[in-house]
Write a protein that binds this ligand. Structure first.
Ligand SMILES: [Zn+2]
Length: 457
């Protein structure tokens, strides 16, 4: 079996980063030690001055998803290729059980989307939009099939009413599952969106005003109480603001099984992006919306303090032409942003700027997602016995973020022209080199992951 020795690099994990050698045989890491003697059967990669991270896990993607009368431009094929180019070696996509379907059918339909090949390993969460006896019965089946995480919505047409939401959480809890919940108060949003004056229909700046932070915080608060009563572990997905985060802090202080996810769009931008011309403002339309500068600063503090557990992307990408579906009515703009390939290097840049530590980065991108999404037996750590998913970052180089280098099929880049510190040079997926000098060189090597039950962080 082919062996690769990664020499002299700094191996990053959440407790302490150290200069260590790392030996891979086939798909697995077989040894990590201060000095590993090289033998003639090894390929040697000198990583002096570079950082070795465990492959990043993105627990929140939407590939090949129908939204607002159109379909995301990235499917599993292009989306996972974009993911690996940015060091993400595992994604977990939100599969959906639509109305009238069983959970089993929802899962089957989702797995078909990967039929043309995927470039990173992948799992599926199950979004439940139709809660009934059959769905209740199939929660345990999903978990047996390795779909150990679910998603529930409090808004959109796939939302569950309170009774169904609570019952679903009870059932998921009973079988050792975990659920992400999209939290926004549906009634409040519906009222605010119906009050918009006709002359304001084409103004994107109405988007954040009609989905305010309090609508999110109120809904988060409700789900925290559902967690307290059902015992169901809850991931507050894409948390955007201080008020919601404060609710979650209270829950965490009470030692409830509550976890916090945020995404780069809420860390790197503020709501001024919604002012100005449609062409620029519509690119940033996502739900919940991007908030105030003070909110993003609060989120950064939350990463440092450990309040934020994971950073995912909520990648849900469109072209400008698709965004134009809402040119005359901001409510019809397909919501979502294109980030799956940028998350790793953006956070590394934050490390270089001393906003967070190297160890924080390993925690929120690899280790915590590995626990929450049941991958802790093979992914998220650079340790003996784990999959050889390895990201090599050169801190001396820089990366220019631009549509010119973009792998996603979207035709714009939210960070156009921005130069960040560090460069993701090489990426390995289960021992195979899939990215070399920043370019994807080996496609469609990803495989489906049956996941274990979540582990408490
Ligand atoms: Zn999402």
């Amino acid at each position: 079996m082919s062996k690769i020795l990664f020499k002299n690099g700094i191996v990053v994990n959440s407790s302490k980063s150290k200069k260590l050698d790392l030996l891979v045989s086939g798909e697995k890491i077989i040894k990590v030690a201060p000095k590993i003697k090289e033998t003639s059967d090894m390929e040697v990669i000198d990583c002096k001055g570079k950082y070795l991270f465990p492959g990043f896990i993105d627990g929140h993607t939407h590939f090949d998803l129908s939204v607002a009368g159109t379909t995301t431009i990235d499917n599993f094929e292009s989306g996972t290729k974009a993911a690996v180019s940015g060091g993400t070696t595992t994604i977990i996509d939100y599969g959906t059980q639509y109305k009238g379907e069983t959970l089993e059918e929802g899962l089957k339909n989702w797995l078909k989307k990967a039929k043309d090949g995927v470039s990173c390993d992948y799992g599926v969460h199950m979004s439940i939009s139709d809660w009934n006896e059959k769905a209740k019965e199939q929660v345990s089946l999903m978990i047996k099939e390795g779909v150990t995480s679910f998603k529930l919505y409090t808004t959109y047409d796939i939302k569950l009413e309170d009774k169904d939401l609570f019952e679903a959480m009870q059932e998921i809890s009973k079988h050792g599952g975990i659920t992400g919940v999209h939290c926004e108060n549906d009634g409040m949003i519906a009222a605010l969106r119906s009050e918009v004056r006709i002359e304001d229909n084409n103004k994107v700046k109405m988007h954040p005003l009609t989905r305010p932070d309090v609508a999110e915080a109120e809904s988060v608060n409700k789900i925290v109480y559902y967690t307290e009563n059902s015992g169901c572990p809850y991931i507050a997905v894409h948390v955007t603001n201080k008020k919601a985060l404060d609710e979650l802090k209270i829950a965490k202080d009470k030692k409830l099984p509550v976890y916090v996810e945020t995404c780069p769009q809420y860390l790197y931008f503020d709501d001024s992006v919604y002012n100005g011309k449609f062409e620029s403002a519509s690119k940033f339309v996502c739900a919940p919306p991007i908030r105030k500068k003070s909110d993003s600063e609060y989120l950064w503090k939350g990463i440092k303090s450990g309040l934020v557990d994971i950073i995912s992307t909520d990648h849900c990408s469109f072209t400008m032409k698709q965004k134009e579906l809402g040119k005359d009515d901001f409510r019809k703009i397909p919501g979502g942003v294109n980030l799956v390939e940028y998350r790793g290097i953006l956070l590394f840049d934050a490390v270089m700027k001393k906003k967070i530590k190297l160890e924080d980065m390993a925690r929120v991108l690899s280790e915590n997602p590995s626990y929450l999404f049941g991958l802790y037996d093979k992914k998220g750590f650079l340790k003996k016995g784990y999959d050889a998913d390895i990201v090599i970052i050169n801190p001396k180089k820089k990366t220019k973020l631009s549509i010119k280098n973009q792998v996603s099929k979207s035709d714009y880049c939210l960070f156009e022209g921005k130069t960040v510190n560090g460069n993701i040079e090489n990426v390995f997926l289960r021992g195979q080199k899939i990215v070399e000098s920043g370019k994807v060189v080996n496609e469609k090597k990803g495989m489906y992951l049956k996941r274990k039950k979540y582990k408490k962080i």
